[in-house]
Design a protein around this ligand. Structure first.
Ligand SMILES: C[S@@+](CC[C@H](N)C(=O)[O-])C[C@H]1O[C@@H](n2cnc3c(N)ncnc32)[C@H](O)[C@@H]1O
Length: 216
C-alpha cells in the first residue's frame, strides 16, 4: 500500500502519540477481564476504529509494519475520539515481544497481501510460521477470522491452517455486504478500505473462522 502526503507522517504520529504503543517500551497490557481484539495488517484503521466505536468496553489493537499507514490509522482513532484503541508499528513476526501469550479473543486478517509468487510465500500472513505465533496469542476459545478477495490465496490459507492443526469452523465464498438480521454486530460485516474497493468491482469476498490447535 503506497500513500500520499508522507511529509505529514511525523506530525500525525506526534499528534496521536497517546494511541501509539512503542514496541521498544515493552509489553502492552490491559485488564484480563477486558475483551481484546487484534487486527494484523490494519492498514488505515477503518475496520479497527469502527469495531472500537461499536464496542467501547473492549480493547482493539492494530498492527501494521508500514509506518505511514500506522500514522493514518492512529490519526483516525484520534479523530474518532477513541480511547480503547492502540496502534503499533510492528511486524507480526515480533508480536510475542509485545503481547503476553493468550492475550486476544480474536485475531483479524483482513485482505492480507496475497504475495502471488511462490518464492514469496513466507511473507503471506497465513504462513505456518506466523500461524504458530497467532495460535499462541489467542485465549481459550479465541478465533482467527480471515477475509480475502483472492480465491487462490484464500484456498492456500485454508490448506496452511489445516496442516498446522487449526480447525476451520466456517467458510463462505460470498460474504454479504450487509449483515443478515441479527448478525449486525459481527465484525466480519464491517468493511475495510480494501474491501470497499473490491466490492465496488463486484469481486466476491471469502471469509473463514478457525480455532487454533490445542496447546501441547
Ligand atoms: C492489503 S493491506 C490491507 C489493509 C486493511 N486490512 C484493509 O483491508 O483495508 C495489507 C496490510 O498489511 C500490512 N502487513 C503486511 N505484512 C505485515 C506483517 N508481517 N506485519 C504487520 N503488518 C503487515 C501491510 O503493511 C498493509 O498495510
Amino acid at each position: 500500500m503506497r500513500i500520499r502526503g508522507k511529509e505529514k507522517v511525523p506530525g500525525l504520529l506526534a499528534a496521536a502519540h497517546a494511541l501509539l504503543h512503542d514496541p521498544a517500551s515493552g509489553m502492552l497490557t490491559w485488564s484480563p477481564d477486558c475483551p481484546a481484539y487484534l487486527e494484523v495488517g490494519c492498514g488505515r484503521g477503518t475496520f479497527l476504529t469502527t469495531c472500537a466505536t461499536r464496542q467501547p468496553e473492549a480493547q482493539f489493537i492494530g498492527l501494521d509494519k508500514y509506518t505511514p499507514i500506522v500514522a493514518r490509522a492512529a490519526s483516525l482513532a484520534l479523530e474518532r475520539g477513541l480511547t480503547n484503541v492502540r496502534i503499533l508499528d510492528l511486524d507480526v513476526e515480533r508480536a510475542l515481544t509485545v503481547f503476553e501469550p493468550r492475550a486476544f479473543d480474536a485475531i483479524f486478517l483482513n485482505f492480507s497481501d496475497p504475495w502471488p509468487r511462490r518464492r514469496n510465500d513466507r511473507k503471506r500472513l497465513t504462513h505456518p510460521r506466523l500461524l504458530t505465533i497467532m495460535a499462541q496469542l489467542l485465549r481459550d476459545g479465541g478465533v482467527l477470522e480471515q477475509k480475502s478477495d483472492n480465491a487462490e490465496f484464500f484456498e492456500w490459507s485454508e490448506e496452511q491452517l489445516r496442516v498446522s492443526g487449526w480447525r476451520i469452523t466456517s467458510v463462505t465464498h460470498n460474504l454479504p455486504a450487509k449483515a443478515p438480521e441479527g448478525d449486525e454486530m459481527l465484525p466480519r460485516y464491517v468493511q475495510t478500505e480494501y474491501e470497499e474497493r473490491f466490492r465496488a468491482l463486484g469481486i466476491p469476498i471469502h471469509h473463514l473462522t478457525a480455532l487454533p490447535p490445542n496447546p501441547a
